[in-house]
Write a protein that binds this ligand. Structure first.
Ligand code: NDP
Length: 346
């Protein structure tokens, strides 16, 4: 007899414009066969353990023309897809075997058949929390590493500013900056987050951008001599305030611009002339270009975690039921640290 099990899923009901709502998604309960389809040659059947809520997913919730983004839109009426940590139940792919733990692209449901196994990484180190492979040891960690070291080429003694600094990417950028001997200041949207930046992640300074009527003045307070490196997560008014505060030959790594993701019309940026005046290099990047460095990244970060030189804060909610609220919470700043959904204990 074939094993048929319950399979809860989170479906995108319809394409979204403006701020996403919980009701844009729907939890459904169906069933699935715990077996790969007959004749599978490369796929794996997995049980999802953790799912990751990431800001880029908002982009996929809107219908766009092919080529208008770096990633396809979701299919309305189908389950949401995203990064996660999973256990292999059956494998038709010689790279994976039953019982392996993997991280990579999966589906917002309990059990998934993954055919695009190119984007799955086998997990070898299990003496850290498995959820870390959605964050510090997964896509956001790799983003912080690529953006800070590869795009910004930091030097000891330089000044670094990180926006959305307490989040999945930002908290790590700040800690990398300290390990590199830089002076680092971060901004975030609550007092609790500002305290974390200073007390837990070792930022030299931190401020609540929502309580600063004049962002330019706030930046001048923390960077009287200017900013060498800006790690850009927010965009909009924040970017405009940063530009005149950049130092000569500064670098801006454009990781994301979350303040723009729910706007129908992006805000204008007025101070771009400072790129010329201060000879600043502003470079956008995507983590996908840097996965060849994943091994090198793990060699640095795993020991640093185990020796307590790097720490990581996660915000874990339980159950697929909680996933829609957790995802949209990113855009209201409700997450404190990396937003993770626990789907099933291992
Ligand atoms: P976070 O964990 O930082 O969560 C998002 C945070 O953004 C919220 O908690 C909130 O914090 C802040 N935020 C939300 N809305 C606004 C707003 N309107 N203005 C200012 N801040 C806001 O997310 P990640 O660390 O996962 O992602 C950070 C950035 O990195 C995003 O822009 C994302 O798109 C980008 N990214 C880019 C990648 C790439 O390959 N280039 C890969 C991964 C992420 P607060 O309370 O401080 O406002």
């Amino acid at each position: 007899a074939e094993d048929v099990v319950r399979n809860k899923q989170v479906i995108l009901r319809d394409y979204v414009s403006g701020f996403p709502k919980e009701s844009d998604m729907q939890l459904t309960t169906g069933t699935t066969k715990l077996k790969l389809p007959e004749g599978s040659t490369a796929g794996v059947l997995v049980k999802n353990l953790y799912l990751s809520c990431d800001p880029y997913m908002r982009n996929r919730m809107t219908k766009r023309d092919p080529g208008a983004s770096y990633i396809d839109s979701f299919n309305a009426g189908s389950p949401i897809t995203g990064y996660g940590v999973a256990k292999v139940l059956e494998s038709a792919n010689p790279k994976f075997k039953q019982g392996d733990l993997v991280w990579g692209r999966t589906v917002w449901e309990e059990y998934s058949t993954i055919t695009a196994t190119d984007s799955l990484f086998k997990i070898h180190n299990t003496d850290v929390p498995l959820s870390y492979y959605t964050g510090i040891l997964g896509m956001p960690g790799m983003t912080a590493y690529a953006g800070f070291y590869e795009v910004c080429s930091p030097k000891k003694g330089e000044t670094v500013y990180v926006s959305a600094a307490s989040g999945a990417v930002g908290q790590l950028v700040g800690q990398f900056a300290k390990l590199s001997g830089c002076y680092v200041v971060g901004s975030a949207g609550t007092k609790e987050k500002v305290d974390l930046l200073k007390k837990k992640f070792g930022f030299d300074g931190a401020f609540n951008y929502k309580e600063e009527p004049d962002l330019d003045a706030a930046l001048k307070r923390f960077f009287p001599e200017g900013i060498d490196i800006y790690f850009e997560n927010v965009g909009g008014k924040m970017l405009d305030a940063v530009l005149p505060n950049m130092r000569v030959h500064g670098r801006i790594a454009v990781c994301g611009m979350i303040s723009q993701y729910n706007l129908e019309q992006p805000e204008g940026v007025h101070n771009l002339m400072y790129l010329v005046i201060k000879q600043v290099r502003m470079e956008g990047f995507l983590v996908f270009d840097y996965y060849h460095l994943y091994g090198k990244f793990l060699e640095m970060v795993l020991p640093a975690i185990k020796e307590g030189k790097i720490t990581y804060v996660e915000d874990v909610v339980e159950g697929l039921e909680s996933a829609p609220a957790a995802l949209i919470g990113l855009f209201a700043g409700r997450n404190v640290g990396k937003q993770v959904v626990l789907v099933s204990p291992e």
